[in-house]
Design a protein around this ligand. Structure first.
Ligand SMILES: [Zn+2]
Length: 303
């Protein structure tokens, strides 16, 4: 820790990175056929190494949800993440939205990703995050499959309203889900609430597009008013203003390219203002307080 800004609490938040290239994002699914992927310039290694250097400077250990196709192509990157003291978790293999897959295809995807990431880093992979948070009311079956495939926690249910994802009425804090195959800790990306509406405050496009003061206010609110850590997330391509521009529609282009040149400085500010650790440590805390968590663990739907 390099010295926190005045007002920062002692709470250790969770820092997470979804390790994928700029062309893997779901917003480009319709405009860029997947067969084109191998022909595009890959920038994920350089961008991820840059994030690792920034985290080193701030003495922060984070969780990296690595996409299987990235881990397969660059096993050295997965090893580097683990050997520098971070947690390796899974972002699935092929970056397909879960509700567009059959349960059988999803099982094969998460099994393949976990196995190749574990082979690359030599450690157990416990966590999963879906492409574009695509565990929604129509793909809750995925949680059972994750449990059966040996995952210990999930971070794919986003309690907000969005055109591609979200269960706005789901729990905002980490909670334990009990199923026949065992228990899974669900760790949602963080929100703050304004009346009945949950507002995203901790990462991704929200962090890039909205002013930094928004994230700082929201995270402080969760830390101080609720006494809980936030789960922050970003992608390696978000600190890369030099990435090739793809021909996306207006909304997708705005969401993807806005403020790429400002994100690294914002991230450094964030790391100076708040404390961060891995998802695994946060999950450990939730499991430690099992009884309390078990009573909280209600998804608003049965499946
Ligand atoms: Zn992703």
């Amino acid at each position: 820790m390099t010295g926190l800004a005045p007002g920062a609490t002692a709470i250790v938040n969770a820092m997470s990175v979804d390790v994928e290239d700029y062309y893997h994002v779901s917003a480009f699914d319709g405009i860029l056929p997947r067969v084109e992927w191998p022909r595009l310039e890959s920038r994920v290694c350089a961008n991820t190494e840059r994030l690792l250097d920034i985290f080193d400077e701030h003495e922060v250990h984070a969780t990296f949800f690595v996409l299987g196709v990235v881990g397969e192509q660059f096993p050295g990157l997965v090893r580097s993440i683990a050997s520098r003291g971070h947690e390796v978790a899974s972002h699935g293999y092929a970056h397909r939205l879960i509700y567009d897959q059959t349960p059988t295809a999803f099982r094969a995807d998460v099994r393949r990703a976990r196995s190749l990431l574990e082979d690359a880093c030599g450690r157990r992979v416990a966590g999963y995050r879906a492409p574009s948070y695509s565990i929604t009311p129509r793909s809750l079956w995925a949680l059972d499959i994750l449990l059966e495939e040996g995952y210990q926690y999930d971070s794919s249910v986003f309690p907000i309203r969005h055109d591609r994802y979200g269960i706005p009425v789901s729990e905002r804090r980490p909670y334990l889900i009990q199923r026949k195959a065992g228990s899974l800790v669900e760790v949602p990306a963080s929100t703050t609430n304004a009346g009945p509406v949950n507002l995203p405050v901790a990462g991704g496009g929200y962090f890039r597009i909205l002013p930094y003061a928004w994230a700082k206010w929201g995270i402080s609110r969760v830390n101080c008013n609720e006494g809980r850590p936030v789960v922050f997330y970003l992608h390696p391509w978000e600190i890369d203003p030099g990435q090739p521009r793809l021909k996306a529609g207006r909304v997708s282009a705005f969401r993807h390219y806005r403020n790429l040149d400002r994100t690294e400085a914002r991230l450094r500010q964030l790391l100076a203002d708040f404390r961060f650790g891995t998802m695994e440590s946060l999950v450990f805390q939730v499991r430690q307080d099992k009884e309390r968590a078990a009573t909280e663990g209600a998804l608003p739907y049965c499946w």
